[in-house]
Write a protein of this length. Sequence first.
Length: 179
Amino acid sequence: MRNTTEERKAFPYEEILRLGMPERDQYFYLKHPKMPCGKRAKIFAPFSALKGFDEEVASKEVRYVEKRGLSDEEVQTINTCLSEIYAAAKTERLAEKAGIRVRLCCYRPCEDDHHPDYRIRGTYETMTGLVKRIDPIRHVLCLEQDTIPFDCLAEIEILGSNRTFLPEKFYFPEENEEF
């Protein structure tokens, strides 16, 4: 069934294929000498079509690390900063008025489900931003651009605010201020 006359007509180079390799005379090899094995190997050697591409990709590769444990002093510092922020910015409206700017370092687990370190290891990111809200129930700190769980915080530093506040002196809105 495979070699029907219709298929033979459909393949226009069948006659040329049947002829085989051309016969070479003695002068052919003088004009076209055989290539030595050393040079022939160079033809098949790997090459980089885009120079520097492999190095650029390697530099962008994310290196994941394990989450490090925090010392008691580090936990105490983070808790103190979070309580100061919460005292000044319990709601979004108060946070907007306070304008608390923080710099923090947080742990982000690997979210690439094709990577072998998926949710086992992660990266540490440092970011700066204004506090939008702090939620003690869900245990998250909301910045303008991101939401960070408390247990992912490695460091936090209060850079400043529109109002000065200290841990001993909390800000309470006056009676005429709206919530």
